[in-house]
Design a protein around this ligand. Sequence first.
Ligand SMILES: C[S@@+](CC[C@H](N)C(=O)[O-])C[C@H]1O[C@@H](n2cnc3c(N)ncnc32)[C@H](O)[C@@H]1O
Length: 223
Amino acid sequence: MKGNIVSMGAVTCSMFFILFIQVLDLQSQKTAPKTELDKKVEAFLEDYEGKWRDMNVPASDGKLLYDIILKNGYTKGLEIGTSTGHSAIWIAWAFSKTGGKLITIDIDETRHKQALANLKEAGLLDYVDARLADAHELVKELNVTFDFVFSDADKGWYINYFKDVAPKLESGGCFTVHNVRPKGTGQRGMRGTREYLEYVLGLDTFTTTVDNSGGGLAISYKN
Ligand SMILES: C[S@@+](CC[C@H](N)C(=O)[O-])C[C@H]1O[C@@H](n2cnc3c(N)ncnc32)[C@H](O)[C@@H]1O
């Protein structure tokens, strides 16, 4: 009996100790000192706040993508639809911390060039491989695996992009899609996005939720 009480006490003590270590770990993540790169990216994002004009994501969605990557430690990214690079900057910033790299694709040369200039100014060019191409073709041809995908190009092609990339997405990986609004929110998603959401919700190989706090982000984890 006495032995049982002693060992229960030991188990309780170890549980408190583990909890204490986890709290310390969370605190240290929150208070991790800013690197020079962090300061450069933050200054860039502050300068450009409210000035993104090329169908770019709102900053809150950029932060959402950043958090998903950091939380899961992803390193192999694909973005379909770079535009001038707002989301790519958030993704690349996360990859600068996980040791990852992003392949991002856009078909429009002017926006592609501006994205390169923006990524350079933010100090993030090393974390990005920006391709000027038609994603309908290039996505099929990419012969690598990914653990994180952000799909934000032509909405009518969302299901096709998903079908092409899903086999290259690693188990535990995440496929995110922009401008998706679920039924019942009173908000209309962009044309083609509702079909995409219905499709992906019907797959038992993926678990999908929608974050509605910004432009509407469907987040699908591969089981
Ligand atoms: C909504 S914008 C992307 C915004 C970007 N993710 C951001 O937040 O900064 C969509 C982009 O997809 C690109 N796009 C559309 N169809 C495409 C295709 N077939 N291949 C590659 N890019 C395409 C457009 O040129 C446009 O720049």
